[in-house]
Design a protein around this ligand. Structure first.
Ligand code: ADP
Length: 650
């Protein structure tokens, strides 16, 4: 038998005392048990954790710590330990003396006798309730963030510093046009990295500088190549050493917002341009009005002083009249332009025979052309073609073009008026060509602008600079276009293009689908006289055709208002058909005259007009008209009305 020296015994008891002290000082419960589970020792750590004193627990089974209803694994653990199995740590729940459930982490180790035989077990139970609570809270938080990540409206992503995507949420992949996160992540060409590269310089320098980026707007492409604008917010996620490892960010699709910003900018630009144009127009206009007014006031004052000789007086009066006429033209044309721009000018659009329009304009320009020795050649092809236009306004356009062709032509030059069907089928182009000096290419853009005289103001040729601006507005308002071609030294050609329509006679046929006019003989209509006051020949022709269906009617016509009134007085017709737009006075004025004259007041008047302005009908009926019919004519309506006003067959 081996004996221990006193030194060795001392050392052994010291080691034992130290071990006992460590066991006692431990925060963990250190419990020794027999192989049947009976507790042999219970340290103060166990007392603190479970609340039971040592003497209450020694001799009892450790199983008393297992809450009721929960499985007790200790017997199984002890059994396996005896089989020599190496035991892992396991987590379970124990109940304290106060009935509180605590999370414990258990480690069971075999206790052996000097021969190595397992004679008992040492169990260490660590109270991990707090740690578990933290882990649970962490898990819950992670779940919460995962829900946000999955359901956020913003795209959320993590990328490495070289642009590789580590994670992307569904909103991000949808935004970039992918069907699923998997599809996005498995596409090597997905676009986050390339976006970053495109905008890399500013983005990376800000990120690497340690600042996050906020609302950084960048443009990229979706999977299908369409453009997308996003607003990105990104921060660097750093490792323990403080160097950025990934970048975490959110992106919001702002393509729509960018679009509306752009259109708002466009609208503001347009409004600004329109405002500037208006201001420029007004300042030019006031300048243009001041010039003739200065002349009027100047010559007027000279006359007032009474020191002018008779010749000077005549000259002054001539100058005043000339300036006055110029002023009137300026005002009329400006008012017309403003009227068209604001949609106040009424257009009476009807089929207009181009031959008549050209003839009217030629009649008016003839004397001025003759005065300058300028010859006008007209090629009458297409003269019978009908265009949709307001006749008077179209005459005004051609008068402007012809007047310019006379004014800016060379002495004894010539003007050629011709027509051709335009390239766009269904349109007719009328060309006014002169043999003047031509218009320099750099001036052509400005020629249709109000008050632009392109230097003509220094040439002594009279003008307002409004004629072409007004012509352009008029033609456009009638649905047409106006263009210029010019060759320096050869001449200029202005062309007006308008839609072709069927003539009124053809239209009447289409509308009514009537058979041939009845024969005069055998009809029992009372004979009557109808006066038609209308300046459009084509309409007169149509009326003649219509009235052929009512035998016994004698049709007389007048193309001017004053003449119409005189004819009414003279012939005492049974009915007056009255157009609203006449060359001298308006149809409304003719009606007023007819109504105020006792010899004509009882003659029924029917208004025929292409322009049915709201309020017109009522006011004309109040002014004495019996009926108001709009063009194009409807034959049955006219015939019915005549029957009502003049009586039917007897
Ligand atoms: P106005 O004749 O009253 O000055 P317009 O608006 O009719 O005004 O024409 C604007 C300017 O265009 C004219 O002042 C003139 O310089 C130029 N212009 C117009 N028509 C012709 C033309 N047929 N040949 C040369 N220059 C022309």
């Amino acid at each position: 038998m081996r004996t221990q020296s006193p030194d060795t015994t001392e050392q052994a008891s010291l080691a034992q005392a130290q071990l006992a002290a460590i066991v006692d000082a431990s925060d963990d419960a250190i419990i020794s048990q027999t192989l049947t589970g009976a507790i042999v020792s219970w340290n103060s750590g166990a007392e603190r954790i479970y609340g039971y004193p040592s003497d209450a627990m020694v001799g009892r089974s450790i199983s008393v710590l297992v809450p009721p209803g929960m499985p007790d694994v200790m017997p199984e653990v002890l059994h396996r330990m005896q089989q020599g199995e190496r035991l892992e740590r396991y987590d379970t729940i124990h109940a304290t003396r106060d009935g509180v459930f605590i999370d414990v982490s258990i480690t069971v180790s075999p206790v052996r006798d000097p021969s190595g035989k397992v004679i008992g077990a040492a169990t260490i139970a660590r109270n991990v309730t707090q740690r578990q609570a933290v882990a649970r809270a962490l898990h819950e938080t992670q779940e919460k963030y995962r829900t946000i990540f999955e359901n956020a409206r913003e795209g959320i992503f993590y990328v490495t510093s070289d642009g590789q995507t580590v994670a992307a949420n569904p909103a991000l992949v949808r935004l970039l046009g992918y069907d699923s996160v998997e599809e996005f992540m498995s596409d090597p060409g997905h676009l986050l990295g390339s976006w970053m590269t495109n905008h890399s310089h500013e983005l990376w320098s800000r990120l690497e500088g340690g600042q996050g980026v906020h609302d950084f707007e960048m443009e990229g492409h979706r999977r299908d190549g369409t453009k997308i604008w996003v607003s990105a917010t990104m921060v660097a996620v750093q490792d323990a050493a403080g160097s950025p490892v990934t970048y975490q960010g959110t992106v919001l699709d702002i393509t729509g917002q960018k679009g509306s910003e752009a259109s708002l900018r466009r609208e503001t630009d347009e409004a600004g341009r329109a405002n500037r144009a208006k201001t420029e127009f007004l300042s030019r206009m006031s300048h243009e009005l001041r010039t003739p007014l200065t002349a009027i006031l100047g010559f007027g004052q000279l006359l007032q002083m009474g020191r002018l000789n008779p010749v000077q007086q005549t000259e002054s009066v001539d100058n005043i009249l000339k300036a006055g006429r110029h002023l009137l033209r300026l005002i009329n044309e400006s008012v017309d332009i403003a009227g068209i721009e604001e949609g106040r000018m009424a257009f009476s659009l009807e089929p207009v025979r181009i031959g008549d329009v050209v003839q009217d304009a030629m009649d008016l320009i003839g004397p001025a052309a003759e005065q300058r020795g300028i010859e006008i050649n007209v090629f009458p092809a297409h003269a019978d073609c009908y265009l949709t236009a307001d006749r008077q306004r179209l005459v005004q356009v051609f008068l402007n073009l012809l007047s310019n062709a006379v004014k800016y032509n060379s002495e004894h030059g010539s003007i050629t008026l011709s027509c051709g069907e335009s390239k766009d089928r269904g349109n007719l182009t009328v060309l006014v060509a002169d043999t003047g000096p031509g218009i320099a290419p750099e001036l052509r853009d400005r020629i249709f602008m109000p008050f632009e005289r392109l230097g003509a103001e220094r040439s002594g040729v009279e003008g307002t600079g409004l004629g072409l601006a007004l012509s352009l507005q008029l033609v456009q308002a009638m649905g047409g276009t106006i263009a210029l071609e010019s060759e320096m030294g050869t001449g200029s050609t202005f062309s007006v293009t308008l839609p072709i329509v069927d003539g009124p006679v053809a239209q009447l046929g289409e509308i009514s689908g009537c058979g041939p006019a009845p024969d005069d003989a055998g009809s029992a209509y009372p004979p009557c006289t109808v006066l038609y006051i209308e300046d459009n020949l084509a309409n007169l022709e149509v009326m003649e055709l219509v009235l052929a269906y009512r035998p016994g009617v004698k049709l007389i016509s007048a193309m001017q208002g004053r003449l119409g009134f005189d004819l009414a007085k003279e012939h005492q017709p049974d009915l007056v058909l009255l157009d609203m737009r006449l060359a001298d006075i308006s149809g409304r004025q003719v009606l007023a005259r007819l109504q105020s004259d006792p010899t004509t007041v009882d003659i029924p008047v029917v208004i025929l007009s292409a322009e049915a302005m709201p309020g017109d009908v009522d006011s004309l009926l109040k002014a004495g008209a019996r009926a108001y019919l709009t063009k194009p004519f409807q034959m049955e309506v006219i015939l019915e009305l005549m029957e009502e006003l003049l009586g039917g067959p007897s």
